[in-house]
Structures are given as structure tokens and as C-alpha cells.
Ligand binder design. Structure first.
Ligand SMILES: [Zn+2]
Length: 283
């Protein structure tokens, strides 16, 4: 039944054109040709295995690359990134979504929080790029979810579960930086959902997940634009095809590889500066 408050020109109002909020033609892009050349010269300098239902921190110097690799079985990863020298500058999921799309892939950049707003990392390869968007509207590597956490679990399901991504990331940061977990927790932020297949239902626009199509050997690769501290959680949801925030789903490790290009591969490149807005805010 029609809503009695619907105005007579409702159809005309709904027919207005959709305008992309941030036109991509002014967004500064990475020099993908240079990065493509550089990635052909990579030498691995570190390997980090993240055990199931846990997280590990890792450092990536500016100008190096890192890969998140599927090993053993389909597994979703929750990624946090910080400026290695200033934890107040971290990955800004919401603005990255607004500037790119609900899901990110090769060529997209991960932006940092205000007042910095600079690219922290650029995606240089994605073996799941073929997936696109499926019939349900699902895509891979979303910036719409936040991370599973014990507070929402307590709210919705009751009980305390200590291996949600939020807690895993908290433990990883606390151990990497010798911090009290309650201090570390305040630096954990909305994630990039690596390998996760998500979308919004067509009818009710609710956030959904479905089994990740990732298979062992698949990887997503990033170029570190600034010195990075990262943390990756192996979500207790496993492939996130059924449930999370419990020990029910089958879970697998993930591997992080840090790789360095040849010294001359990035000739002329320099890390991006923080955003130059003077922060006077009209005063
Ligand atoms: Zn999770």
C-alpha cells in the first residue's frame, strides 16, 4: 500500500539523476606503470604467519610492498594500518569507501585519517580481481564492514568471546608496541576486509556476507606509500560463509610477505606528504 504521506510528485523526485559524490578524475592516482615495473624486481624480506583466530603485527618500510596470501584454505583477513611513527594516523575506511567504492581492488589507494588524508598504500595486484560483483551484489575486499568485536557479540548473542578480530588486532598491537591492551584497543579501527565477500541485499539493503571465493595461493598486494605498521586478523568467521564471533567456523592461517624492490626501481618517487589544509577551520 502506498504511503499516505507520499507527495504527488514522488516519482519525479525519485527520478533525479544519481551524481557520484567524488568524481574520480581529480583523485591523485599512483604511477601504476612504475609500480608494475618495480613489482617485477621484488625480493622477500619477511614472512609472517598469522595463526587461525589470531592476529600478528608487521612493519613495511615506505617503498616496499606487502602481500596477504591465502594458505591452506579459504580465510578472511581483517587489516589495520597505522603510520609506523604516529598511531594517530591510520587507515580511514569511510573516506576510502567514499573516494573509491564499497570494495577495493588494483589501482585503488587506502587513505589515512584526517587531518592527514594521504594514501598509505596502493593496491598493486589482486588475484581475485576477476570476481567483480556477483548476482547478489557481493564483491571482494570491502570497506563497508567494521570488524567483528566482543561488544556487538555481547549485545546480540550474549557471552564473551575473546577471538573476534577487534580483540585479535588489540592483542597484536599491544604486543608489537608493548602497550596495555586497553590502550592498544583505542587505536584499533575499521578494517579493510581482505578476501571477504560482502554486499547489501537488494530488497532491504542489509549488510550480507557469503563464502569467500579465495583459495590457497591467492593474494592481494600493496605498495607502502609511507612507513607502515600493519596488523592482520584471521577472522573467526573463516571464509565468512556462515557465522563468526565463535569457534564454529573452520579457520585457516594467512601469510603476510614483505617484499623490497630493487633500489633504482622507484627513481624519482617520494612518500606523499600530509594534506596541506592549514587546519584553521575558518577561525
Ligand atoms: Zn572478524
Amino acid at each position: 500500500m502506498a504511503d499516505p504521506h507520499e507527495p504527488s510528485d514522488a516519482a519525479a523526485r525519485r527520478a533525479k539523476p544519481a551524481v557520484v559524490v567524488y568524481p574520480n578524475n581529480t583523485l591523485p592516482h599512483a604511477d601504476m606503470e612504475m609500480l608494475e615495473r618495480a613489482r617485477r624486481t621484488l625480493t622477500k624480506i619477511a614472512d609472517i604467519i598469522v595463526p587461525p583466530r589470531d592476529a600478528r603485527a608487521f612493519e613495511v618500510p615506505a617503498g616496499c610492498f606487502f602481500r596477504i596470501v591465502s594458505v591452506d584454505g579459504p580465510q578472511v583477513g581483517d587489516l589495520n594500518l597505522w603510520n609506523a611513527h604516529d598511531l594517530s594516523e591510520h587507515f580511514f575506511s569511510g573516506k576510502t569507501r567514499a573516494l573509491n567504492a564499497t570494495h577495493v581492488g588494483k589501482g585503488d589507494r587506502l587513505w589515512s585519517t584526517l587531518p592527514n588524508l594521504r594514501p598509505m598504500a596502493t593496491i598493486t595486484h589482486d588475484t581475485l580481481g576477476w570476481y567483480g560483483f556477483d548476482a547478489d551484489g557481493g564483491g571482494i575486499h570491502d570497506v563497508i564492514g567494521t570488524r567483528c568485536d566482543p561488544y556487538t557479540n555481547r549485545l546480540l548473542a550474549g557471552g564473551d568471546y575473546h577471538h573476534c578480530c577487534h580483540s585479535n588486532l588489540t592483542r597484536a598491537l599491544a604486543s608489537a608496541r608493548g602497550m596495555d591492551p586497553r590502550d592498544a584497543e583505542m587505536h584499533v579501527h575499521d578494517v579493510l576486509n581482505v578476501f571477504m565477500c560482502t554486499g547489501f541485499t537488494h530488497d532491504t539493503h542489509q549488510y550480507f556476507m557469503k563464502a569467500s571465493p579465495v583459495r590457497p595461493g591467492d593474494f592481494i598486494e600493496f605498495f607502502a606509500e609511507i612507513d607502515l605498521l600493519g596488523a592482520l586478523s584471521t577472522c573467526p568467521g573463516g571464509d565468512c560463509g556462515s557465522t563468526h564471533s565463535s569457534d564454529t567456523a573452520k579457520c585457516y592461517p594467512l601469510k603476510v610477505e614483505v617484499l623490497r624492490p630493487d633500489a633504482n626501481a622507484l627513481a624519482g618517487w617520494a612518500p606523499p606528504q600530509r594534506n596541506p589544509y592549514p587546519r584553521t577551520h575558518g577561525l
